[in-house]
Design a protein around this ligand. Structure first.
Ligand code: NAP
Length: 538
């Protein structure tokens, strides 16, 4: 038997008057053009306009769901139930009724007259006729304590053709329960989580055979918290390519809403026709939320969760987790004290590593057209002593370069230098200095690992070039927004070879792609996506 097709339903608010109806029709047409295959008309504000609503449903360019959500279930309708009953009767009796009619479980259970109306509609429609009843239940605060009882009740009610549950996710773990509900469904089911932690349930509804997922037409038109847009589902999250076997990857951090990683990785999966999707995975700060989330996601076999990029504030937590789980941790990642990549190997064993340092090494060596082994003859000046500097120093020190760390807080520079001095097999190669030593300092490769010059303070520069530049000097700015920082532009003017932070960003992502898929990354595609995103943001 073929698995049921999961519909992509665009939610459209309908506002009062002829103009409101026309606008809703125009939006439904736009949704159809964008690739939605169903539309939900939210009739909360127009339940009394029977002619307008019937005309809308009649002319709808897509099969539709009619919903008129009362205030007590999170909607906007605050009139008498008799108004909704009249609306439902009219819709059901229309020449061209909506495909689905959404009725709240609470309305059905607690209002005798509503129950009679709904049962009558179902009887007249007959088996397979329209409208089909979606019995729905929403909780905008969190997971209802009686969730499973509600599901059982909805499945038992004869009138129910579709069971719909939506609740606010408190963590990524809630999504797994939504998947579980879909996997064990009796009747066709919609199970979605709302809010910033709920996106996986919306994207992966198709993987688990949900009847549909809801999407907004535009970012500011979501009808429920956390709804993605139709375009995001189609173009960013690879909606058309998803199936039950799709492997899942993501970026774990907090916050992760503005990460470019989903765009870059999904584009790479797409370019290489890999059955995988990459999603944002917000995990609240702290070891406990990280550990609990990762453990449950890894444990849930049907999810096919195979790896993640890990960013602030969880890079140290990843090291600890993989170590405690008996997995393998890359030696240099341990030394750096942070890992940014989790890979679930074919045998299920975990591997944590850091692709940042290799990406920085790779970006600079390629620009200089040298082998990383030649770095032993180069002097490197690193500005900053934070997380990025740690990865950069680790990489260059491991290849024996002579590194000097310059930092605003000299003590941090000292600590960093001490941690990596001698890691390339040669003692005394990594040193620290204060910013006051910069004017007289010389290096073959200068690397900015401070945020000085980053958007929106793009006029700032961490170091004047004065007489430091020249054709044999490389300037590498880890900042990628803007792509050409003032520091890099001035380095170019001073005759230096310049490398943008985009190269490091793309190369660390490319290395992750290669770890996860075992094949070469489409680096040009990834670079193009980053450039487009940055261009759009500027
Ligand atoms: P971090 O851990 O907060 O460290 C920031 C460092 O910059 C610290 O050493 C800090 O000095 C120094 N600093 C901050 N403001 C300064 C100022 N006004 N003047 C002088 N020094 C200043 O940050 P991070 O995670 O290392 O990130 C640093 C930069 O790297 C960011 O711009 C980020 O965009 C970039 N980055 C790029 C990539 C990539 O893939 N391209 C990856 C990671 C990071 P103190 O010690 O005195 O506070």
């Amino acid at each position: 038997m073929l698995p049921p097709m999961t519909r992509l339903a665009a939610s459209v608010w309908v506002t009062a008057g002829e103009q409101g109806i026309q606008r809703a029709l125009a939006e439904a047409t736009r949704a159809s053009d964008a690739g939605a295959d169903m539309v939900e008309y939210r009739l909360d504000e127009v339940p009394g306009d029977l002619d307008g609503v019937l005309g809308l449903v009649e002319q709808s360019p897509l099969p539709c769901i009619a919903t008129c959500r009362p205030v007590w279930e999170g909607g906007k309708f605050d009139g008498d139930e008799s108004v909704r009953r009249a609306l439902f009767e009219a819709l059901a009796g229309a020449d061209r009724p909506p495909t689905y009619l959404d009725v709240e479980l609470r309305a059905y259970q607690e209002h005798e007259a509503m129950r009679r109306t709904v049962d009558g509609i179902v009887e007249r429609a007959g088996e397979g006729g329209s409208p089909r009843i979606i019995l729905s239940s929403h909780d905008f605060k969190g997971r209802p304590t009686d969730l499973l009882r509600r599901v059982a009740a909805m499945n038992q009610i004869d009138a129910t053709r579709v069971v719909k549950l939506a609740w606010r996710a408190r963590s990524l773990r809630d999504n797994l329960e939504a998947f579980e509900l879909l996997a064990t469904r009796g009747k066709p089911t919609i199970a979605l989580c709302m809010g910033e932690f709920g996106l996986p349930s919306r994207v992966l509804a198709k993987k688990f055979g949900g009847l549909l997922t809801f999407a907004a037409l535009d970012q500011d038109k979501a009808t429920a918290p956390g709804q993605p847009t139709v375009a995001e589902l189609k173009n960013l999250y690879r909606w058309d390519a998803l199936d039950s076997q799709t492997r899942v990857y993501g970026v774990i951090g907090y916050p992760v809403g503005h990460s470019m990683s989903p765009a870059i990785h999904n584009a790479a999966f797409d370019a290489e026709s890999i059955n995988a999707v990459y999603i944002p995975m917000p995990v609240a700060p702290g070891w406990e939320p990280f550990k609990a989330t990762l453990a449950t996601w890894l444990d849930f076999a049907p999810l096919h969760f195979r790896g993640a990029s890990v960013t602030i504030p969880h890079k140290e937590h990843l090291l600890r987790y993989v170590r405690e789980a008996g997995g393998e941790v890359e030696e240099l990642a341990t030394k750096i004290g942070a890992a940014n990549t989790l890979t679930v190997r074919k045998d299920g064993r975990l591997y944590a590593c850091n692709t940042d340092y290799a990406a920085a090494l790779d970006a600079v060596s390629r620009a200089l057209q040298i082998d990383p082994d030649d770095l032993v003859r180069r002097k490197v000046g690193v500005l900053g002593a934070g997380g990025a500097a740690r990865a950069v120093v680790a990489g260059f020190a491991a290849y024996g370069a002579r590194v000097t760390v310059f930092n605003r807080t000299p003590q941090r520079a000292e600590e960093l230098a001490t941690a990596f001095n001698g890691t390339g097999g040669r003692a005394g190669r990594v040193q620290a200095a204060g910013l006051d030593a910069l004017p007289l300092a010389e290096a073959d490769i200068w690397i900015n690992c401070t945020p000085v010059g980053m958007h929106p303070n793009a006029d700032a520069t961490p170091m004047p070039w004065e007489d430091k530049g020249g054709p044999h000097v490389a300037a590498f700015d880890t900042i990628y927004n803007p792509v050409r920082t003032r520091w890099l532009r001035e380095a170019e003017a001073a005759g230096c070879i310049t490398v943008s932070g985009v190269e490091m960003f793309v190369r660390q992502a490319a290395a992750q792609f290669e770890l996860w898929t075992g094949q070469a990354a489409p680096v040009d595609v990834m670079r193009r996506v980053v450039a487009e995103r940055l261009h759009r943001a500027s």
